[in-house]
Design a binder for this molecule. Sequence first.
Ligand code: IVH
Length: 671
Amino acid sequence: MTSAEARQRIADLRAQVARHDELYHRQAKPEITDLEYDRLKRKLADLETQFPQFKTAGSPTERVGDDRIEGFAAYRHRQPMQSLDNTYSEDELRAFHQRLVKLFGREDLAYVVEPKIDGIAVSLTYEKGALVRAVTRGDGIEGDDITVNAQTIKALPPRLKAARGARLPEVIEIRGEIYMTLVEFQRINREREEAGEALFANPRNLTAGTIKQLDSREVARRRLEIVLYGLGFCEPAAVETQSGFHGLVRAWGLPTVEKFWTTHGIDETWRAVQELGGLRHAFAYATDGAVVKLDALAQQREAGSTAKAPRWAIAYKFAAERAETRLNAITVQVGRTGVLTPVAELEPVVLAGTTVARATLHNRDEIMRKDIRVGDFVRVEKAGEVIPAVVGVDLARRPADAAPYVFPDRCPVCGTRVVQYEGEVALRCPNPDCPAQVRRRVQHFASKAGVDIEGLGEAMVDTLVEKGWVKSLADIYRLRRDDLLTLGKSVEKSTDNLLAAIAASKRAELWRVINGLGIQHVGAAAAKDLARKFGSLEALAEAKRDDLLAIAGIGETMAEAITAHFNEPRNRALVSRLLALGLAPTAPARPAGGTTRLAGRTFVLTGTLPVLTREEATARIEAAGGKVSGSVSRKTSYVLAGAEAGSKLDKAKALGVPVIGEAEFLRMLGG
Ligand code: IVH
């Protein structure tokens, strides 16, 4: 490679890495796997070593990714948050050890081997035992203050438990990872699917998206978890070793890694890494590798760091499980909102224990970028070990006649020319009467999470739409017995059952109807909140943005989606038509205590209440028209304090803000 070529290639790679950094760290929407990313970065680093004249301080190989976004206050870490060098090779792990052997002049160095958690890095600051701040890594020097969001994590204690006899440090920064369990991830994706929203590919992306929500009420709806594994700044010093650190944070009541190994020398260390590899699927968090750290903090200090990563630690990453198989066809599905999703129809292959026959290809751009062609042998990987994805093509096995894939420019179902809205990657069928969209909308409306019409399952909906009897949700209530009876012999009984179920659905609970309408971003939980607050479809259709925002759990995005939905004449007409056809949903009883008792009052919560959780207290305040804020100011009406209240209590006293306990709070609500 000539020097000019190298320069060009380095510039290319930097641009690519920078783009993927942005997608991963800020947007939480990575387009390539970690392995592909690590390879790009490795290529760049190799070229920079080979052509040092082109190495610049701004290169992505010299800094950690930056997760900071608009809307959060910046906070400077007392001690920088570094990244880790990583490797997929045993040899490189051994080379890491050899460098340290050379430095310390001994073979039997003590290490800690612990899981590398695939979540979002966070730094917690505890002052005199009280949690005062949670900050993202940011660029390693300065991160986003996400304290209020982190406080929604149930397992995160607002105060450290003092170990007997031991004093708590004045100030300590504890590093860890915020994550989401697979169960919670699947629950949220299910809800999103019901609401017709794009699914998250893996728990990490969902965690990243959640922790950067500006509205902490939305964060509280998703259950986040945390695990702590590292020490940042600490004054005065609390421990001498990494293994001691794990013991200490556990004693303080913080969630720690499920298992770690203390090892000596590299052979024992390598065995521990492999053992961890075998156990990792049983951990509560996604574990994509093992981190090997020198155990003695004194040795860590001596080994020091490079510009971005410590020399005393390395991450050994387990390669994602992948398989190669033939791409038999690409089909294009049309979703409820018209989004066209290409799907890879694969020759079935076993991957990480399950048979995979289909995988999403995301969108047109993705297919073009990877140049995926029908007939190709493709590599399939479980990204984040959840949803299979096609990560690349085996060009060596490409059939001679494989032609580039041409994405349809017309909806495969109704033939309407597809459109691409500004700022979207997705192509959509813009025809709201497209039978595919109607089918999905009707299926959703009639589903268990909707008005729950027994007998109106997928196959039946397909038939009704095909026959042209159902073109909109309202048509469900116009179905004629005579028509239905033509669907087969001896269908009398099932027809009557279906008609009875349809008639009964007119009295479905209001939240089911709201959920069934398929308003973007509105899932079952939000539908329940809306039903409780508005009590009728008519009232919801008239709701103003501010009315919506006053509801616990409804944030900007949802409020906007709801008003946009009902501003659409078509959607308003549908509501009127449904009502005219006799739909009369049952409204929930209003919660006791009314909805205005605490109007205009702002509460700050601190400490642990005897009965109510933080979320419950918040919900009650908001249901009664009050507001909850994260910090105490002169504008705060009350500080609701429980056991082990922190610095907020001191501040309330200093500012003369009234402090109340749970009992008084419940009295305010009216019992
Ligand atoms: S130690 C200075 N330990 O992986 C030491 N990091 O790829 C750096 N991570 O930034 C951190 N599990 O966000 C450490 N057991 C673990 C970890 C871990 C996950 C994350 C962390 C770090 C990133 C580097």
